[in-house]
Design a protein around this ligand. Structure first.
Ligand code: CO
Length: 135
Protein backbone atom coordinates (compact mmCIF):
# COMPACT_ATOMS: atom_id res chain seq x y z
CA UNK A 1 0.00 0.00 0.00
CA UNK A 2 1.34 3.37 -0.99
CA UNK A 3 -0.63 6.61 -1.03
CA UNK A 4 0.51 8.80 -3.91
CA UNK A 5 -1.19 12.02 -2.93
CA UNK A 6 -3.93 13.62 -0.89
CA UNK A 7 -6.24 13.85 -3.89
CA UNK A 8 -9.09 15.83 -2.40
CA UNK A 9 -11.00 16.90 0.65
CA UNK A 10 -14.75 16.76 0.06
CA UNK A 11 -17.22 19.18 1.57
CA UNK A 12 -20.96 18.54 1.32
CA UNK A 13 -22.93 21.67 0.44
CA UNK A 14 -26.60 22.49 -0.11
CA UNK A 15 -26.09 24.83 -3.05
CA UNK A 16 -23.18 24.09 -5.36
CA UNK A 17 -23.29 27.36 -7.33
CA UNK A 18 -23.31 29.37 -4.16
CA UNK A 19 -20.50 27.36 -2.57
CA UNK A 20 -18.36 27.76 -5.70
CA UNK A 21 -18.97 31.52 -5.70
CA UNK A 22 -18.11 31.75 -1.98
CA UNK A 23 -14.89 29.77 -2.46
CA UNK A 24 -13.93 32.00 -5.37
CA UNK A 25 -14.42 35.20 -3.40
CA UNK A 26 -12.90 33.95 -0.16
CA UNK A 27 -10.03 31.77 -1.32
CA UNK A 28 -9.52 32.79 -4.92
CA UNK A 29 -10.03 29.29 -6.29
CA UNK A 30 -12.37 28.26 -9.07
CA UNK A 31 -13.49 24.89 -10.44
CA UNK A 32 -11.23 23.11 -12.89
CA UNK A 33 -13.88 20.48 -13.39
CA UNK A 34 -17.56 20.06 -12.69
CA UNK A 35 -19.54 16.89 -13.22
CA UNK A 36 -22.75 15.09 -12.35
CA UNK A 37 -21.87 11.63 -11.04
CA UNK A 38 -25.20 9.77 -11.21
CA UNK A 39 -23.78 6.63 -9.62
CA UNK A 40 -23.09 8.57 -6.41
CA UNK A 41 -26.09 10.87 -6.66
CA UNK A 42 -23.94 13.99 -6.58
CA UNK A 43 -22.82 16.93 -8.61
CA UNK A 44 -19.21 17.69 -7.82
CA UNK A 45 -16.86 20.59 -8.48
CA UNK A 46 -13.10 20.17 -8.23
CA UNK A 47 -11.22 23.29 -7.10
CA UNK A 48 -7.45 22.93 -7.46
CA UNK A 49 -5.29 23.84 -4.46
CA UNK A 50 -1.63 23.05 -5.01
CA UNK A 51 -1.42 19.44 -6.13
CA UNK A 52 -4.78 18.55 -4.55
CA UNK A 53 -8.40 19.60 -4.80
CA UNK A 54 -11.21 20.80 -2.67
CA UNK A 55 -14.22 18.82 -3.87
CA UNK A 56 -17.56 20.52 -3.29
CA UNK A 57 -20.41 18.01 -3.50
CA UNK A 58 -24.14 18.62 -3.64
CA UNK A 59 -26.83 15.93 -3.60
CA UNK A 60 -28.85 15.36 -6.77
CA UNK A 61 -31.78 14.15 -4.64
CA UNK A 62 -32.59 13.88 -0.92
CA UNK A 63 -32.64 10.04 -1.08
CA UNK A 64 -28.91 9.73 -1.79
CA UNK A 65 -26.04 9.21 0.67
CA UNK A 66 -24.99 12.87 0.48
CA UNK A 67 -28.64 14.01 0.63
CA UNK A 68 -29.09 12.02 3.82
CA UNK A 69 -25.79 13.34 5.20
CA UNK A 70 -26.93 16.94 4.60
CA UNK A 71 -30.34 16.32 6.18
CA UNK A 72 -28.78 14.68 9.24
CA UNK A 73 -25.72 16.83 9.82
CA UNK A 74 -25.90 19.85 7.56
CA UNK A 75 -23.02 21.07 5.44
CA UNK A 76 -19.50 20.06 6.31
CA UNK A 77 -16.53 17.83 5.81
CA UNK A 78 -17.69 14.62 4.12
CA UNK A 79 -14.62 12.56 3.19
CA UNK A 80 -10.94 12.68 2.32
CA UNK A 81 -9.54 10.98 -0.76
CA UNK A 82 -6.14 9.44 -1.35
CA UNK A 83 -4.76 8.67 -4.78
CA UNK A 84 -3.38 5.15 -5.22
CA UNK A 85 -1.68 3.42 -8.11
CA UNK A 86 -3.59 0.12 -7.87
CA UNK A 87 -7.00 0.41 -6.25
CA UNK A 88 -7.76 -3.33 -6.37
CA UNK A 89 -4.53 -4.13 -4.52
CA UNK A 90 -5.20 -1.31 -2.05
CA UNK A 91 -8.68 -2.68 -1.28
CA UNK A 92 -7.29 -6.19 -0.76
CA UNK A 93 -4.69 -4.79 1.61
CA UNK A 94 -7.27 -2.79 3.58
CA UNK A 95 -9.58 -5.78 3.85
CA UNK A 96 -6.70 -7.90 5.16
CA UNK A 97 -6.05 -5.14 7.70
CA UNK A 98 -9.64 -5.42 8.92
CA UNK A 99 -10.97 -2.23 7.38
CA UNK A 100 -14.69 -2.15 6.63
CA UNK A 101 -15.13 -1.50 2.92
CA UNK A 102 -18.14 0.36 1.57
CA UNK A 103 -17.12 -0.74 -1.93
CA UNK A 104 -15.53 -4.17 -2.26
CA UNK A 105 -14.92 -3.52 -5.94
CA UNK A 106 -14.08 -0.13 -7.49
CA UNK A 107 -16.73 2.06 -9.04
CA UNK A 108 -16.39 4.70 -11.73
CA UNK A 109 -15.94 8.16 -10.25
CA UNK A 110 -15.61 11.61 -11.76
CA UNK A 111 -12.93 12.40 -14.36
CA UNK A 112 -12.85 8.76 -15.47
CA UNK A 113 -11.26 7.61 -12.22
CA UNK A 114 -11.89 4.38 -10.38
CA UNK A 115 -12.92 4.96 -6.77
CA UNK A 116 -13.88 3.04 -3.64
CA UNK A 117 -14.98 4.15 -0.18
CA UNK A 118 -13.78 2.83 3.16
CA UNK A 119 -16.25 2.99 6.04
CA UNK A 120 -15.64 5.50 8.85
CA UNK A 121 -16.45 2.90 11.54
CA UNK A 122 -13.22 1.41 12.76
CA UNK A 123 -11.39 3.99 10.65
CA UNK A 124 -11.16 6.97 13.00
CA UNK A 125 -14.72 7.94 12.12
CA UNK A 126 -13.52 9.36 8.82
CA UNK A 127 -14.94 8.33 5.47
CA UNK A 128 -12.00 7.64 3.16
CA UNK A 129 -12.11 7.41 -0.62
CA UNK A 130 -9.41 5.80 -2.74
CA UNK A 131 -8.91 7.19 -6.22
CA UNK A 132 -7.07 5.53 -9.09
CA UNK A 133 -6.41 7.64 -12.17
CA UNK A 134 -6.43 5.94 -15.53
CA UNK A 135 -2.94 6.00 -16.98
CO1 CO B 1 -14.57 12.38 -3.38
Amino acid sequence: MKLLNLDHVAIAVHDLDRAIADYGRRYGVSPMHREVVEDQGVEEAMLPVGGSFVQLIAALRPDTPVGRFLARRGEGLHHIAYAVLDIVAALAHLEAEGARLVDEVPRIGGRGTRIAFVHPKGGNQTLVELVEYSL
